[in-house]
Design a protein around this ligand. Structure first.
Ligand code: ADP
Ligand code: ZN
Length: 431
């Protein structure tokens, strides 16, 4: 089998990258056409796989969506004989629908290489101790970063999430230098280390955080608390897992491993391709993966792509921090609201990212309740000062969203902490 991994592609000139992408796309479209479900999809859309020769032809191909994955579950999109597949992973089911993805050994190796790039971009070397506190098992977070850390040659601590006391013990005893977990768990770990008075015993220098939405404000907060540099990492099970893209030291967006995943931004309403710099839905095409070769997969994730020169020397296209996902955008009284907007207001008002958004419908009228934990210092404040803080959040939310919310400050630690992805939105209208 061809070896698809070429480390120098991270800094390849644009033309060289485009040529390689074109070749790989053409090959993988022909490969996908061997899957009856895909053949039917292309035939229905009048696409002859032999007409796809370069990246410019991408727009001729139909999209594939999560609904297709549901219909084809479990084996309908398998691209190799079952005997060639060596692993499955499954989505965490944030939006209720499970997806199963397959990998050959070569697919797993490529995925590991992508995660290794993320660790190296965060300054990781074989001398580092990488504490992987993402969940292991069906969720892609743990296995992905675990494989990446092995490829780098770092000492890998396969902690999985949870058991916070043990996490901190190992972090201290084994001198972990790089922490990989969800940002909400990183914030929780930081809080717990602080409370135990152990911060001076921690040797962390970097964190690789992703799998859920987080704001730049939350990043600065975690960085200041843990005395680290925090890097964003993005991925999704359907396309492989974490490591589809990850940040470099510039921290101005995540470089997409576009020698393996072709990225486009489309208008989610019309499906039209949008130019660099415009915000829309990210569409990804796998051009090297064989067991689950999704092409033009609609991620539902909203972001912006840019191809500006990066000071790190990588030429890979960059995607911005996610601005939400089309399926977690809330429509409240007709207004589009992304939870990330609410988080930005909360952190700018001096709170931490411990909050819950509750949407309900009373007498045909949508209600928006935001519960925010006070910090321990605020907790001893007078009632009047608590009320003033609540009013400040209400005012700022109104000017950001054009909506009036009910804001309640709650006692420190009263919102359940998550060890995996945080549950921050409760939409009772759907229940
Ligand atoms: P799901 O959460 O849909 O059940 P996955 O576990 O595969 O499935 O998670 C993938 C999703 O997680 C992405 O589509 C994206 O919405 C979210 N995600 C992953 N990384 C990030 C990140 N760095 N920032 C924001 N959201 C992220
Ligand atoms: Zn860079």
């Amino acid at each position: 089998m061809e070896n698809y991994y070429q480390p120098d592609m991270e800094c390849a000139p644009y033309e060289q990258m485009r040529a390689l992408q074109g070749e790989r796309l053409a090959e993988n479209v022909r490969h996908a056409y061997t899957i009856p479900y895909y053949k039917d999809l292309l035939d229905r859309n009048g696409v002859n796989p032999n007409d796809i020769r370069s990246v410019e032809d991408l727009g001729k191909l139909p999209f594939i969506t999560k609904d297709d994955l549901k219909i084809a579950y479990p084996y309908g999109l398998l691209g190799v004989p079952l005997s060639e597949a060596v692993r499955i992973q499954s989505t965490s089911g944030t939006t209720g629908r499970r997806v199963v993805a397959f990998y050959t050994q070569a697919d797993l190796d490529l995925w590991d290489e992508c995660c290794a790039r993320a660790i190296m971009a965060a300054g990781g070397t074989k001398d580092d101790v990488v504490q992987v506190s993402y969940g292991y098992g069906l969720f892609t977070g743990g296995p992905g970063l675990n494989g990446g850390s092995h490829k780098v040659g770092s000492l890998t601590l396969p902690m999985s999430s949870g058991n916070t006391e043990r996490q901190i013990q190992f972090m201290i005893d084994l001198h972990s230098t790089i922490l990989c977990c969800t940002p909400s768990y990183a914030a929780y770990l930081a809080e717990s280390i602080e409370e135990a008075g152990l911060m001076d015993k921690i040797s962390l220098k970097a964190g690789i955080f992703g799998a859920e939405a987080w704001s730049d404000e939350m990043r600065r907060d975690i960085e200041a608390k843990l005395h680290i540099k925090a890097y964003n990492i993005y991925g999704l099970t359907e396309i492989s897992g974490p490591g589809v893209s990850s940040e470099c030291s510039e921290q101005t967006g995540m470089h997409i491993n576009e020698d393996h995943f072709l990225a486009e931004i489309i208008d989610p309403e019309t499906g039209r391709q949008l130019p660099y710099g415009e915000r829309g839905e990210l569409v990804l095409s796998c051009i090297t993966k064989k067991a689950f070769p999704l092409i033009r997969y609609r991620t539902r994730d909203i972001c912006v792509l840019t191809r500006d020169k990066c000071s790190c020397g990588r030429t890979l296209v960059k995607m911005s921090r996610l601005m939400g996902r089309t399926d977690d955008m809330l429509i409240i009284r007709g207004v589009n609201v992304f939870p990330s907007q609410i988080e930005t207001v909360i952190i700018n008002c001096g709170f931490e990212a411990n909050y819950q958004i509750i949407v309900d419908r009373v007498n045909y009228y949508d209600t928006l309740d935001v519960h925010i934990e006070m910090t321990p210092e605020m907790f001893s404040d007078e009632v009047r000062s608590v009320e003033a803080k609540e009013k400040m959040v209400v005012d700022r939310l109104r000017s950001m969203l054009g909506l009036t919310a009910k804001v309640t400050l709650v006692a420190p630690k009263s919102i359940t902490r998550s060890e995996g992805k945080a549950v921050r939105i409760i939409d009772r209208r759907k229940i």
